[in-house]
Design a binder for this molecule. Sequence first.
Ligand SMILES: *Cc1c(COP(=O)(O)O)cnc(C)c1O
Length: 473
Amino acid sequence: MSGTGALTLHTDTGDRFRLYRLEHLDEIEQLRRMPRSEIDGIRATAHVLPFAVNSYVINELIDWDRVPDDPMFQLTFPQREMLHAADFEQVHRLVKAGAPQSDIQSVVRQIQFGMNPHPAGQSTLNVPMVGGRAIAGIQHKYRETVLFFPSRGQTCLSYCTYCFRWPQFVGIDEMKFAARETDELVGYLRAHPDVSNVLITGGDPLVMRTTLLRRYVEPLLSDDLAGVTTIRIGTKSLAFWPQRFLTDPDADDLLRLFEQVVRSGRHLAFMAHFSHPRELETDVAQRAIARVIATGAVVRTQAPLIRHVNDEADTWARMWSEQVRLGAVPYYMFVERDTGPRDYFEVPLDRGWRIFRDAYSKVSGLARTVRGPSMSATPGKVVIDGVTLIGTEEVFALRFLQARRPEWVGRPFFARFDPDAAWLDDLQPAFGQPEFFFAAGMREIEAEHARSRAVHSTRPGRRAAPTAPAGVS
Ligand SMILES: *Cc1c(COP(=O)(O)O)cnc(C)c1O
């Protein structure tokens, strides 16, 4: 990963990349100021949830005077309350007692499987099948956009405690989603001229060295893929390691690759994950954003709304305004998905919408390019437009921003108001309707998919579709 390359490199903040994992917990100096019991809590929880945090996050982003409430600390350090009390106690006891790794592991696995690692049970719906074979490393849910998971980009510069793809980082999911090479992707794109956007994602694809990333990107720029007009890169590197664009040994080469995409006549959409305005405050972050924009790329920003991290309107208003000032375009506010420690992070839809609206009303129209709060649910991306009264019934007004069937997009629909609902599955149709308008279509899609898998899995020599990583819906 890029960080490995940067290990010996001093940046101008006097900082160098070092990744701390569970086994390095005692080497984090700032942590030693905390009570022993707190550190033990982190240690036990980090056996269950993915944990890795780098030196820049520790030294520049976390405000250690405000720990444990500090949002950047909550974002990167697992907290005991993220587990059910009984689960936590069980792991904590074993770890404290120095139990054999195999004993700890079997308990940990059980807990992980109890945390809804494959939400909505729809984990294979997005995997394209060609000739009866699932194409590894690709997801195709919405007509225009294919997601590509390069095999070498399936880790991160630090792990977010709320990550919806957490199972792939704790080894529940083998990395079946990772493409070995671009050939299959290019073949798929040639056969699907409707696809105009390729989103390279992970993990974080910018953990890859530029020479490797170039091997994935350059084939997409060929003349016979003229229909691919936009390359998107989904990354948290601007927040977690802005040195990637400044002082890493291959930083300049990375920016040249971005320029090359732009020169090919394509749009380079840099989809930046920013969770908190703190991440925009450092000098290195601001200079990194400027360098990315100078290549001709457009930086668009997105993040989920997370209790303990960013569940205040002011936080979002400041973040969006600052992004606009720095030349970035606010894009999506997501609802946290129903997986992992979601009880800890959950913000109900009603409250989420109020936070969104409050923040949205505080910013200039230039920051109101953002849409949300949006749920990436099985049928599509559903935005909560608001809570309102229709006749005498209090309802959520909802709308698809993206849908498995393009004809579902933009049609207002309504759900009975429920102050505790936190996901599409919690909602009931309003006005006594038996089901939402897309329900029959979803049954058709699921039946089609089940049929194609059944047919192919009975053919000799064919393998069934792999399991998708968590959070795929
Ligand atoms: C969000 C998303 C996209 C991109 O949708 P846009 O609205 O075009 O940004 C593509 N595929 C999947 C699976 C997604 O969740």
